[in-house]
Design a protein. Structure first.
Length: 421
């Protein structure tokens, strides 16, 4: 289906930010590993998080949807109930976080997914797990899904490169407390996207597990997760589209459930929009943005907030001057090569954009046209923002369901009417 902006009204009012996808994945997994019942409130139910829920069910957790929370009865003793490969769809987060955990099962686990997921590199994690007694085989011998994870997780010492994906680090951290001996994990090279690891440690502590970290060396002793009641905070990644809409069109908006104390790296969107000329107030549990619609280009390092790449690129294309984005070479290993696909689609709209090894340089200015989402949810949502001032049609635009299933409804709340045709 194709996504387009049908009508734009004055943006003025307030709206709730959607729940954090990153925290939702982690809360489901940790509750599934806990030795008692948990209640997860304000959970994001999207295609990606449903993949994690279904996988955790297959690995033995009892998960029930209640009126306003998800009830999870977990177990630190994992048993794969599935006689076939567990399909994770398009969820790279599910694959990366659950691969380590599957080794805790008392029987073999196979993870697969759609064609896009089968392109996601897993070699760094597979090699990092090997010294811990974990055996992961790639069916196609390419270090990608489908993966066969054999039972057995002794623990010990290992290292992992920090410049590929923080999810590999989070995967080992989450699984480490349930290993036989505990884990000492050293992160080598540049440590990108560190806020995502901080998020992982934060939620692990909420579920009763402590981690020692000295100079990027993490020590995790054998421990048990404890069930708890957990409220998922609002998502700065998804809220970036709402804030960016105000920035581009002009207006005033209050976005609730965005916390000043959040450890999300994508909170950087606040500083980015300030630098571009907007006025923002960050309160304890909400953000207020005021914009006149006149933006200026900036230089920004997104190494700790790669999911903002496409949003910032669109903002740059709608600004006066030059926007230079750096630090996101790892964005080439997301649902798509987000540097290449963003530049390709902006070029279709007569935007002067140049791809670099770790980002792009954009000269403000776009026109109407048709683009493809490449079945990347963030590309579909970000490019829809161009429709605030220019006619645009996005092929495969429905993929926002991956992370923001009520995207059309929430955009309508703030004054932007989208439609799928």
């Amino acid at each position: 289906m194709e996504l387009k902006v049908k009508e734009v009204f004055k943006i003025d009012g307030e709206v709730d930010a959607p729940p954090s996808k990153s925290y939702s994945h982690r809360a489901i997994i940790l509750a599934s590993l806990a030795n008692s019942k948990s209640k997860i409130y304000n959970l994001l139910l999207s295609e990606d998080t449903l993949s994690t829920i279904n996988a955790c069910k297959a690995l033995g957790s009892k998960i029930n949807q209640k009126d306003d929370y998800l009830e999870i009865i977990g177990s630190s003793k994992i048993h794969n109930l599935s006689k076939e490969a567990i399909d994770l769809g398009n969820s790279g987060t599910s694959l990366r976080l659950l691969t380590s955990i599957a080794a805790l099962s008392d029987n073999e686990v196979i993870f697969t997914g759609d064609e896009s997921l089968k392109t996601r590199p897993m070699e760094t994690l597979i090699n990092g797990l090997k010294p811990l007694g974990v055996e992961v085989d790639s069916i196609n011998n390419d270090f990608k899904a489908p993966l066969i994870i054999k039972p057995g997780y002794i623990g010990g010492e290992t290292s992992i490169k920090g410049n590929i994906s923080s999810q590999f680090i989070s995967s080992i951290l989450i699984s480490a407390p349930l290993s036989e001996e505990g884990v000492k994990l050293k992160v080598t090279d540049e440590f990108i996207s560190k806020p995502y690891v901080d998020m992982t440690i934060d939620i692990m502590e909420k579920f009763g597990v402590k981690i020692k970290n000295i100079n990027n060396t993490f020590n995790i002793s054998p421990q048990k997760y404890q069930g708890c009641n957990y409220v998922v905070e609002g998502d700065y990644s998804s809220a970036s589209y709402l804030l960016a809409a105000v920035a581009i069109l002009g207006g005033k908006l209050k976005v609730n459930k965005l916390f000043k104390s959040s450890k999300q790296g994508d909170k950087l969107i606040i500083d980015i929009l300030k630098d571009m000329g907007c006025k923002l107030t960050l309160n304890d549990d909400n953000v207020i943005i005021v914009s006149d619609g006149n933006l200026k280009g900036i230089n920004v390092d997104l190494s700790n907030a790669p999911d903002l790449l496409i949003t910032v690129a669109i903002l740059g294309s709608m600004s006066k001057g030059i926007t230079k984005i750096t630090g996101v070479a790892h964005a080439r290993f997301k649902e798509t090569d987000r540097i290449a696909t963003t530049c390709k689609e902006l070029n279709k709209l007569n935007c002067n954009v140049r791809e670099t090894d770790d980002g792009m340089i954009i000269e403000g200015g776009v026109s109407s046209g048709n683009v493809k989402s490449h079945k990347d949810h963030r590309l579909a949502m970000a490019f829809s923002l161009i429709g605030l001032k220019h006619d645009i049609l996005i092929t495969d635009g429905e993929v926002f369901n991956v992370s923001f299933p009520n995207f059309i409804e929430v955009m309508d709340e703030i004054g932007v009417k989208l439609e799928l045709v």
